[in-house]
Ligand binder design. Structure first.
Ligand code: PLP
Length: 480
């Protein structure tokens, strides 16, 4: 394909994408295919000779679309949202074209510098304490990680390294292996599975802290566990707080937990993967109060801030803690400015070496929506969730299982888990909307997360009508 053909095909592709998004609600949100469906539709081997572009495009509908779960359909209410906007898609095209691998400042200065400034822009939108921003006198700054899971892991590894240094400063002869064998990390029992996984990868003990009746970790619960573990000779070093838990969007009490972590030299990381985007709205910003006690904070603009995957933003108060944990400096990666103190080399902030020019997506989205546009988007989703909540509350057969704070509604039929499992099976088998469940206090609960950019009140009404009708069927079938 030469540049002339690329111009033509590119324009066609933009039309294809715009048609897909504009007409997405006409597609069945969840596919009908069985495992292995795709292998039978394409050849066993790559073609020896080049094929025709038209044939390839035709295969998108034949091979790919039948197996797509349409995350951007206004009938998709599962998991949490994944962002999608036209400005971000255009920026991604440009990022693909520039195609740089921005592991150091010298590897592509614009890639590094735009990222640093975008993280400051976003940090200011969130009213993060100045210490987290790079363009200040402080020692902090931000970085784009691929996912929240990576941010949690990077923070845990940095915390591990910091604690080893702290202990060895007092006891230089204490072997690292001995310290590591005593380290213990903590998170809420409601934390995302990626937190436990970070503990497994980091080779440290991980303990889950029980939550209160709002599914939040309170200071007292952490204090109790710390007392036990310290008495057992363990070394607490890391606490991952969640703001907006995956099951129910609960908020750990970071204003209580932070001071405890600070006084115990425990690294407090905040995982706000979904909820973080909402903090750009002044009315939701109080949920972030206590961030001043954190060592690191992360959320996913690729979930709810219209920046397509992947873009998981992470800020640290002390750059040197994170850089110091992972530094490797082979000759072929060095450059003349690296010790100047004027540049950032993001390879030291992350696990992989390579990194795409992801900040372009933030730049396009922030400039073309403006903070007001982004706030309006968040508010619209929260309003739609409240609308769904009001339908649930108006039906005596149902109950709400957790406070509806942002765009997630946890609800269930009053009755057994079996009844609710039957309802969910019916909903997903009908494939008109798509939901996933969660477990809260031993109960099987349905999660209704407002996800797509194109979701409107009429879709929510329709979704409720559908749920309500299938509830009648489930109630007839299952004794309750
Ligand atoms: C609270 C929380 N943390 C972490 C994650 C994992 O996010 P990622 O896919 O960016 O690793 C999720 C995903 O929904 C989440 O809800």
């Amino acid at each position: 394909m030469d540049a002339a053909e690329f111009r033509r095909r590119g324009k066609e592709m933009v039309d294809l994408v715009a048609d897909y998004i504009e007409n997405i609600e006409k597609r069945q949100v969840y596919p009908d295919v069985q495992p292995g469906y795709l292998r039978a539709l394409i050849p066993e081997e790559a073609p020896e000779e080049p094929e025709m572009y038209e044939d390839l495009v035709r295969d998108i509908e034949r091979v790919i679309m039948p197996g797509v779960t349409h995350w951007h359909s206004p009938y998709f209410y599962a998991y949490f949202p994944t962002a999608n906007s036209f400005p971000a898609m255009l920026a991604d095209m440009l990022s693909g074209a520039i195609g740089c691998i921005g592991f150091s400042w010298a590897a592509s200065p614009a890639c590094t510098e735009l990222e640093t400034v975008m993280l400051d822009w976003l940090g200011k939108m969130l009213r993060l304490p100045e210490e987290f921003l790079a363009g200040t006198e402080g020692k902090g700054g931000g970085v784009i990680q691929g996912t929240a899971s990576e941010a949690t892991l990077v923070a845990l590894l940095a915390a591990r390294s910091r604690m080893i240094k702290l202990i060895q400063a007092d006891f230089p002869d204490r072997p690292e292996a001995d310290i590591v064998s005593k380290l213990v990390a903590y998170s809420s029992e409601q934390a995302h599975s990626s937190v436990e996984r970070a503990g497994l990868i980091g080779g440290v003990r991980m303990r889950k802290i029980p939550t209160d009746d709002k599914f939040a970790v309170r200071g007292e619960a952490l204090r109790r566990v710390l007392k036990e573990d310290k008495a057992a000779g363990l070394i607490p070093f890391y606490f991952c707080a969640t703001l907006g838990t995956t099951p129910s969007c609960a908020f750990d009490c970071i204003a209580e937990l932070g001071p405890i972590c600070n006084s115990e030299r425990i690294w407090m990381h905040i995982d706000a993967a979904y909820a973080g985007s909402a903090f750009i709205c002044p009315e939701f910003r109080p949920l972030l109060n206590g961030v001043e006690f954190a060592d690191s904070f992360n959320f996913n603009p690729h979930k709810w801030l219209l920046v397509n995957f992947d873009c998981s933003t992470m800020w640290v108060k002390s750059r040197s803690d994170i850089i110091g944990a992972f530094k490797m400096d082979p000759l072929y990666l060095k450059h003349e400015h690296q010790e100047s103190g004027l540049v950032t080399d993001y390879r030291h902030w992350q696990i992989p070496l390579g990194r795409r020019f992801r900040s372009l997506k933030m730049w396009f989205v922030f400039r073309l929506y403006g903070v007001r546009g982004l706030q309006a988007y968040i508010r619209k989703h929260v309003k739609l969730a409240k609308e769904f909540e009001s339908y649930v509350r108006s039906d005596q057969r149902f109950e709400i299982s957790a406070d509806v704070v942002l765009g997630l509604v946890c609800f269930r039929l009053k009755g057994s888990n079996e009844l609710n499992e039957t309802l969910l099976k019916k909903i997903n088998a009908a494939r008109r909307i798509h939901l996933v469940p969660c477990q809260l206090a031993g109960e099987f609960v349905l999660r209704f997360a407002v996800c797509a950019r194109t979701t409107e009140s009429r879709h929510v009404q329709e979704a409720w009508g559908h749920v309500s009708q299938l509830a009648s069927e489930a109630l007839k079938e299952v004794p309750h």
